[in-house]
Design a protein around this ligand. Sequence first.
Ligand SMILES: Nc1ncnc2c1ncn2[C@@H]1O[C@H](COP(=O)(O)OP(=O)(O)O)[C@@H](O)[C@H]1O
Ligand SMILES: [Mg+2]
Length: 268
Amino acid sequence: MKILIAGKGGVGKTTISALLAHILADKGYNILALDTDSVPNLAQSLGVPFEEALEIVPLSRNEKLAEERTGARPGEGWGVLFSLTPKVDDLAEQYGIAIKPNLKLVVVGSIEQSKEGCLCPALALARAFLMHVLLSEKDIVIVDSEAGAEVFGRGLAEKFDVMICVAEPTLKSLMIARKLIEMGKQLNIPNIFLVINKVRNSLKASQLYAKVFSDSTPYHLVSFDEIVIFVDNEGKGVDFIPKNSSVYRDVEALAKKILGIKKRSKVL
Ligand SMILES: Nc1ncnc2c1ncn2[C@@H]1O[C@H](COP(=O)(O)OP(=O)(O)O)[C@@H](O)[C@H]1O
Ligand SMILES: [Mg+2]
């Protein structure tokens, strides 16, 4: 099952991706977490120590690896022939960071092409890796991404089984989420969820939802919880969030809904 976590910056995508990854791993699933943000920080949220996390080179910036796999030397610019079908099936194994035995992270970095349309070798490698992962029959893949599904485009976006669009309980944030969800629908992602995060008043959040979403987009509320900010500022991962906290329980309920889809649609 391939899950895309989408939403505008700061709404809580990384926090929810990391919590979901830990919760599903604790339930016994094999999880591959991918960070495709241009400023990747899923590693920290998953519990990689700050200094160590700073050392990680995203796949889409790993020129050395790209040269090795695509046959192009960095900086050679236009006209260089390089392989668009590099070997990528061992990358998760070789470059994945083991968070716990059944939870692995690969920092992919931004996969968006530059405005000039240049497809540099490292980016080509990162995209080939994503395609491989999204086509694989492996357990659960969770992708923490910048903004919506559009960065993946047709071909890649269609491979997701679930899109979780995260928003804050404000009118503006929900309007943006509605747009991102529209894109997800256009890209044929079959299961789309809205998660309203940082909720302090669930009645008000539900009323706002009803105002913005006249259709039946399923939604799920996740409480605002000081513990998230505390753990963040201590430089700790979400594995330090107590299991009896409201945020943990809310994301655990979300995990159950996702597993429900998995069982119903028999997606692996
Ligand atoms: N449920 C929550 N309650 C309180 N603070 C939260 C919650 N979820 C996220 N945050 C805080 O919001 C900020 C942004 O979260 P983050 O997961 O990094 O967002 P994104 O990945 O969407 O940019 C962080 O400081 C985080 O601690
Ligand atoms: Mg993030």
